[in-house]
Design a protein. Structure first.
Length: 347
């Protein structure tokens, strides 16, 4: 079996061809991360027939290269950086940390079944982009609101109340008289910020509408889960991507930081959630768990109260609820994937 492993970087990519039956490296090449470099890589790959390509961190630094090679008809396998390191350390003579050894380790990981074959999940990519855009818009909105609050504390006694809306800001500014040049300039800056807040509000509404369209287009069942609205559903879709890359729900729980982690020392033995994991997925699950724990007569509330009656604290019961939510999300994503495959075959 011939596997080409690629160690991607921002400015360059190193590829190494490995004959997995003999463990012999058949060739290597380092290219610049440019269109010309991509063409050089394609010409080099033509020397090998029926090869599989393994890209380290294909959802990160190798994202563009993996997508481009996939468009050229190659089968792409995504290998995590953790697996690459493990394979490099286990490989004889591969303990030296360099690009060639990392590329060979990626190829070996793919050959042993440690990687995941990319399927070109466009919906997941779009969901991730929309989630990133919403986070950036919210961050910008918060920063401009804080500046406007600071200006209003200069323009009027007490400034603006906490949680003031855009219209509240506008009404407060109307009542400010430009008695001095400093007040006039501060008011002008505040009005500019007010216009920016309106622009950001429109952008956020457009972003939410695009998210709503995406959930309808994919017909995902995530929005049917209590506590998961459109924004959280899209965040989950973007973080998980193709659910098939997780062999089972336990792997998804670990990725989401919802798998209990034992903390034992002496007579103390307890569990807590792993602080690692995808933060967007962790946030969506946390919001859903908090919502379900507060809903009256809902299954999540019943489960939460059951755990409290067993003597668990609020945090422990919430942790158990999050783990159950991962199971539901896992089943839902798998059903969504199967449904899309059925529709594709029918078309």
């Amino acid at each position: 079996m011939l596997v080409v492993g690629i160690d991607p970087h921002k400015d360059s990519h190193t590829a190494a061809a490995l004959d997995t039956s003999t463990g012999q490296m058949l060739g290597e090449i380092t290219i610049a991360a440019t269109p010309r470099g991509y063409r050089e890589l394609l010409e080099w790959l033509e020397c090998f027939t029926a090869c599989q390509i393994a890209v380290e961190n294909a959802r990160g630094l190798g994202r563009h290269l993996a997508a481009w090679l996939g468009g050229q008809g190659f089968a792409i396998c995504d290998v995590s950086t953790t697996e690459v390191r493990a394979q490099r350390l286990a490989r004889r003579g591969g303990r030296n940390k360099n690009d060639t050894n990392d590329a060979l380790a990626a190829a070996l990981a793919a050959a042993t079944g440690s990687g995941y074959r990319l399927t070109g999940d466009e919906h997941g990519e779009i969901a991730a982009l929309l989630t990133e855009e919403r986070e950036a818009l919210n961050a910008e909105l918060t920063a401009k609101r804080n500046r406007l609050h600071a200006y209003l504390r200069v323009l009027r006694p007490g400034g603006a109340p906490t949680g003031a809306s855009v219209e509240d800001f506008a009404n407060l500014l109307k009542g400010v008289k430009a008695t001095t040049s400093v007040v006039a300039e501060t008011k002008r800056l505040a009005r500019n910020l007010l216009a920016e807040l309106r622009r950001l509000a429109r952008a956020l509404e457009a972003n939410r509408q695009r998210m709503s369209d995406l959930t309808e287009q994919t017909r995902t069942g995530l929005t049917a889960i209590d506590g998961i609205a459109v924004v959280s559903a899209v965040a989950i879709m973007g973080a998980v991507g193709d659910a098939g890359r997780f062999p089972n729900q336990d792997h998804l729980a670990a990725f989401a930081g919802a798998a209990p982690k034992q903390i034992a020392s002496g007579s103390s033995d307890r569990h807590r959630l792993d602080r690692r994991g995808d933060y967007r997925l962790k946030r969506a699950i946390h919001l859903a768990a908090m919502t379900q724990a507060r809903m009256k007569n809902g299954p999540g509330r019943v489960y939460y109260l059951k755990k409290r009656e067993e003597g668990k604290t609020h945090r422990e019961a919430l942790r158990c609820l999050k783990r159950q939510l991962v199971k539901v999300i896992w089943r839902t994503l798998r059903e969504d994937s199967r449904r899309r495959e059925t529709l594709t075959l029918a078309a």
